[in-house]
Write a protein that binds this ligand. Structure first.
Ligand SMILES: N[C@@H](CCC(=O)N[C@@H](CS)C(=O)NCC(=O)O)C(=O)O
Length: 261
């Protein structure tokens, strides 16, 4: 059994048998699936920063600790990211913004940083809609059709769809019009944390609806392909480190047999 992180003591890696090989690596505690950790993994891969993830046996301990202790797990949720012996964060968006600041993936100025925040909030909202369809509704036919007609409505149809909040067309629009970037990224002249968040969202959609996405959202498909070719990202996507399963709830159900939270 591997030791795990406890309380507020800062660690840079797992204790015990993993300590020697991982003592300098940031630790990402999450389920062995893409889930809310995937944009974090993509950003780390892009900047060439290796990281450590506890194996499932440790994770089981982490999750039971997490449910009973606020220290280290203030919201009783994962992901948790421990970096440089001082940074210890939960909330996937806070972790992404930390990586954005640390590795210069947060735009060239305050204006771009604000645009990145705005677009990432939109991606998160859309991810929630996809999660409902995938995890709660299990892609049931009527729910899927409603999703295709609202979240996946093309630009002009989305304006009439009567749905609150973003659809995928909300991202097709700025990309195809080069609204915030002349370079084909979401914002500014180089990749930012928003690009990794959007890539993950489009990737999840491509798993289930490849033809529809490619036909209705060519700019999103092109952006997805551009991110997938980035050095570091390309290698990560082709590696064994990339988990096949998309949602944490599905992993928990499949491996621990308990109802997902
Ligand atoms: N807003 C949080 C949500 C985190 C979240 O929902 N985490 C889920 C897994 S994806 C979790 O830890 N659920 C509790 C559990 O599995 O017991 C974030 O973005 O990090």
């Amino acid at each position: 059994m591997h030791a795990i992180h406890r309380g507020f003591a800062h660690h840079t890696a797992e204790d015990g048998s993993f300590a020697a090989s991982t003592s300098k690596l940031p630790v990402l505690q999450y389920y062995p699936c893409r889930g809310r950790a995937e944009p974090i993994r993509l950003a780390l891969s892009y900047v060439g920063q290796e990281w450590f993830e506890p194996p499932p046996a440790s994770l089981k301990q982490i999750v039971s600790l997490m449910h009973g202790e606020f220290d280290g797990y203030p919201f009783r949720q994962l992901p948790r990211f421990i970096d440089d012996g001082e940074v210890d964060l939960v909330q996937s968006q806070a972790i992404m913004r930390h990586l954005g600041r640390k590795y210069d993936l947060y735009g060239a100025n305050m204006i771009e940083a604000g645009q990145i925040d705005m677009l990432m909030d939109g991606v998160l909202e859309l991810r929630g809609k996809l999660r409902t369809l995938a995890v709660e509704q299990q892609f049931e036919a009527a729910a899927r059709q409603r999703y295709e007609e609202s979240v996946l409505a093309a630009e002009e149809e989305l304006k009439k769809a009567g749905m609150q909040g973003p659809g995928l067309a909300s991202f097709e629009y700025p990309l195809s019009r080069r609204r915030y970037s002349e370079a084909g990224w979401l914002v500014g002249g180089s990749p930012s944390i928003a690009d990794f968040a959007l890539f993950d969202l489009v990737d999840l959609h491509l798993d289930h609806l490849p033809d529809l996405i490619r036909t209705r959202f060519p700019a999103l498909a092109a952006h997805h392909a551009k991110v997938a070719e980035l050095k570091g990202v390309k290698e990560y996507l082709a590696s064994e480190n990339r988990y096949p399963l998309a949602f944490a709830a599905d992993w928990v159900r499949a491996h621990w047999g308990t109802e997902p939270k």
